[in-house]
Design a protein around this ligand. Structure first.
Ligand SMILES: *Cc1c(COP(=O)(O)O)cnc(C)c1O
Length: 365
């Protein structure tokens, strides 16, 4: 069975094999695995050991996003979040439930965040301290120009938190070039092609040290995770998802062998195969080609009566492919991920299976 969900993703066999073992998280051998893993993640982000640290946190991406917001946005701070889609809306919700004041910046559902609009909103409200940016908006499939937007925010004296969860490891990112970025958030189970259960924040060390006591939560305090790691040589405060971390360290070796740019190129061919393939089946992708990113394609649900997403999903599953069984855009669209240990050939077979699954639905009769 291949997962064509935008996380968790299909993993390589060697990654799955690393899960079939017990690990003692506080054992010195295991600590060495985690230290190396965090160094590898920092390197993919472009950070140096002097300036940046990759901090692991148990759980999914939302946990690390909340931790980044709590740690870096002071209780009296204000965070502007361009409303690019479902994931920006989630960032907005978790920041406001963490008690931070959120300023939403409206962005059309088929638009990229404009640098000029961001600059204007920041100039209008000098009390905005932070900007929260979603790199690859998994809700729609649009990738935003986060390096540019982060430069603009930094130029206006604001700090930045990047939700790179569905981008990290594929889209270009270099924190050494983006001094305004306090944290880049990512997880084990998207473009790094590991299993789910671990999240990370790549943080500036100086900002972590200046942000002690902000979080208002022990579990979600990145500054505390950093302090603990320093005094225990990379030890965890609480039980980590050890098999996931071990398997991710194997996945990072595969990432290094393939290279970030080659991984992005593979995902891009997967995406084009899917995009052109569904059009050939008579379906319409949600985004025009110029806005379509390489991570996930949304396809408009056929409007004919008799279509059910679940019926289609079940038909695909019988043929060996799993896609999301819920809608994430304001119009009904089905979502297909282009990431994970899958090739353009796998994607061609998936498109063929979509054609067969569609022909089985009552609408095609
Ligand atoms: C997957 C994802 C997240 C995190 O989702 P979790 O289910 O908490 O791992 C956050 N932002 C984006 C853009 C994502 O794609």
């Amino acid at each position: 069975m291949l997962l064509l969900t935008p996380g968790p993703v299909t993993t390589a066999d060697v990654v799955k094999q690393a899960l079939a073992q017990d690990y003692a998280p506080w054992d010195n051998d295991f600590r060495a695995i985690v230290r190396k893993l965090c160094a590898d993640i920092r390197e993919v982000a472009g950070g140096t050991p002097e300036t940046h640290v990759a901090l692991p946190l148990s759980g999914s991406g939302h946990f690390a996003l909340e931790a980044a917001v709590r740690t870096f946005v002071p209780a009296a701070g204000k965070i502007l979040i361009p409303q690019t889609g479902a994931y920006a809306a989630r960032l907005r919700r978790l920041a406001s439930e963490a008690g931070r004041t959120v300023v939403p910046l409206p962005v059309g559902s088929r638009e990229r965040t404009q640098a000029a609009a961001l600059a204007e909103a920041l100039c209008d409200d000098p009390r905005i301290t932070h900007v929260g940016l979603v790199y690859s908006e998994t809700g729609s499939g649009i990738c935003h120009d986060v390096p540019l937007l982060a430069q603009v925010a930094g130029g206006l004296g604001r700090r930045v938190i990047v939700d790179a969860v569905s981008a990290f490891g594929a889209l270009p990112l270099d924190v050494s070039d983006l001094p305004a970025v306090d944290a880049v958030v990512l997880t084990s189970n998207k473009c790094l092609e590991g299993p789910p259960g671990a999240a990370f924040a790549v943080c500036r060390i100086d900002r972590l040290e200046a942000s002690r006591g902000n979080a208002g939560s022990w579990s979600l305090d990145l500054a505390d995770i950093h302090e603990h790691g320093k005094t225990t040589n990379g030890g965890a405060r609480f039980t980590p998802p050890a098999p996931t971390l071990a398997a991710l360290s194997v996945a990072m070796d595969l990432h290094r062998q393939e290279g970030r740019a080659a991984r992005l190129a593979r995902y891009t061919v997967n995406q084009r195969t899917l995009y052109d393939g569904v059009r050939a089946l008579g379906l319409e992708p949600y985004l025009p080609t110029e806005l379509q990113g390489p991570i996930i394609v949304n396809v408009q649900a056929p409007t004919v009566p008799g279509w059910t997403l679940q019926g289609f999903v079940d038909g695909l599953k019988r043929r060996g492919f799993v896609i999301s069984n819920f809608y994430n855009t304001e119009e009904p669209t089905f979502r297909v991920g282009c990431i994970g240990a899958i090739t353009p050939d796998d994607m061609s077979r998936a498109v063929e299976a979509m054609g067969q699954a569609l022909s089985e639905l009552p609408i095609a009769a």
